[in-house]
Ligand binder design. Structure first.
Ligand code: HOZ
Length: 428
């Protein structure tokens, strides 16, 4: 495949945009080469500026569960735009989507819409601190909760891909209130509670991390966190920006049967438009302004275009929950296909999968946390990524990311992907 025009566009972009991209994970730094520039997308496919068609396995990092340019969402956006693009004044629509979201997600009474997952997680932590009167939080190495200061401590996703898990610009004062634990290591978390008795407001966690590849919680781990939070009057925050409305209607809470105290969402809840949200029971949400003293605000929060797109997407998922089984079946098929090709060709690997999140790690040790994820062979990963790209398959351009399948991907697309790997595997 030729990427001449993408490379030219990237060269130009670098003159005006730092690194040529508006979010670091889009640059191909971890895999080398120039990023492709997308011209348009439809269903399962991206069409790049050089006229190549690529099967898309990132779905805008999760939200496009029903594929690109899903017609009902596009119609909702177009119709909404005709009625004005932003008011900064309440609309009935916000209550309509809030009601629907609350009915789909376990254990929440109220929801507040924001503009991104970063905002949602940042606000959730402030709310937890305001509610508990305590300041420290526990986060897990390799989990990524957006780019707000408190989370850029051993963060995953782009932060680790580019070697800045602890970003310059985050003050020591902020960093000292973020305690770091190992994912899947309950004793480690217990020890943090013991050594910071009475100081921990919350644990924030991706229940199924997607920002160090896809990692699965060990049996009892999330349950253990729930008990520790209860024992220490701390809140459990599930960052469901990636898992919410994807692993199940009610996200990881429903699938894994664990109740969190605060849940954060992003992406899916805007149908691909810039939206995030956080939600909890009444007793917690009542602390939020203007009902309570914990401040949080935004001119574009509850934006009508985003709310219309989000409502249409959530309603589609709510009305046809069989989509979750369909996604899971397709992802399992891909998992098996990839595993067969790699095994037959003697390529050392581990595949982690839950529902429609999956990642391939080129290592022979089980990948259960950041440390084991970091053991993956990045040279093999680079060859794998570029080989698949040249065959027309767009995978996440870093080993520290999960794939997100969308339901527009057909079994023919999956077979095409597995066939692509058959060609690529010789170079791994
Ligand atoms: N959490 C998303 C991917 N891991 C972030 C996407 C981005 O940073 O652009």
């Amino acid at each position: 495949m030729i990427y001449q025009r993408s490379s030219a566009l990237f060269a130009e972009a670098q003159q005006y945009i730092p690194g040529g991209v508006n979010s670091p994970v889009r640059a191909f730094k971890a895999v080398g080469g120039d990023p492709i520039f997308v011209k348009e997308a439809k269903g399962a496919y991206l069409f790049d500026e050089d006229g190549n068609r690529l099967i898309d396995y990132i779905a805008s990092w999760g939200p496009l569960i029903l594929g690109h340019a899903y017609p009902p969402v596009v119609d909702a956006i177009v119709n909404s735009a005709k009625k004005g693009t932003s008011y900064g004044i309440p609309t009935a629509l916000e209550t309509k989507i809030a009601k629907l979201a609350v009915s789909m997600v376990p254990n929440i009474d109220k929801i507040r819409f924001v503009n991104s997952g970063t905002e949602a997680c940042m606000s959730a932590v402030r709310l937890a601190r305001g509610f508990t009167g305590k300041e420290r939080i526990i986060k897990f190495a390799g989990c990524y909760h957006g780019h707000s200061d408190a989370f850029l401590i051993q963060a995953g996703s782009g932060a680790v891909t580019f070697g800045t898990p602890n970003s310059p610009g985050v003050t020591k004062g902020t960093a000292k209130d973020t305690l770091l634990a190992r994912y899947n290591d309950l004793e480690n978390v217990e020890a943090l509670f013991r050594s910071n008795e009475g100081e921990i407001a919350a644990i924030i966690i991706e229940p199924v991390p997607g920002n160090m590849g896809c990692i699965l919680p060990r049996e009892g781990f999330l349950e253990g966190l729930r008990s520790l939070c209860d024992a220490h009057d701390a809140l459990l925050i599930f960052d469901e920006v990636m898992t919410g409305f994807r692993l199940a209607k009610g996200g990881a809470q429903e699938l894994l049967d664990i109740d969190a105290d605060i849940v954060t969402f992003g992406k899916v809840i805007g149908g691909g438009l810039p939206v995030g949200a956080f939600a909890a029971r009444n007793e917690i949400m009542s602390h939020l302004a203007p009902e309570g003293p914990v401040y949080q605000a935004g001119t574009l929060s509850g934006n009508p275009l985003a709310m219309n797109a989000g409502f249409t997407m959530l309603k589609a998922l709510n009305d046809a929950p069989e989509v979750f089984d369909s996604l899971e079946n397709k992802t399992a098929y891909l998992h098996e296909g990839i595993a067969n090709v790699l095994e037959k060709n003697g390529v050392v690997h581990r595949i982690n999968r839950l529902g429609s999140m999956v990642s391939v790690h080129f290592t022979n040790t089980p990948v259960v946390d950041f440390e084991t994820a970091a053991k993956g062979n990045n040279d093999t990963f680079k060859r794998y990524f570029h080989g698949m790209l040249s065959e027309g398959v767009y995978l996440p351009p870093s080993a520290f990311e999960s794939y997100f399948l969308n339901d527009a991907i057909s079994y023919e697309d999956l077979d095409f992907t597995i066939d692509a790997l058959r060609k690529v595997v010789k170079m791994l």
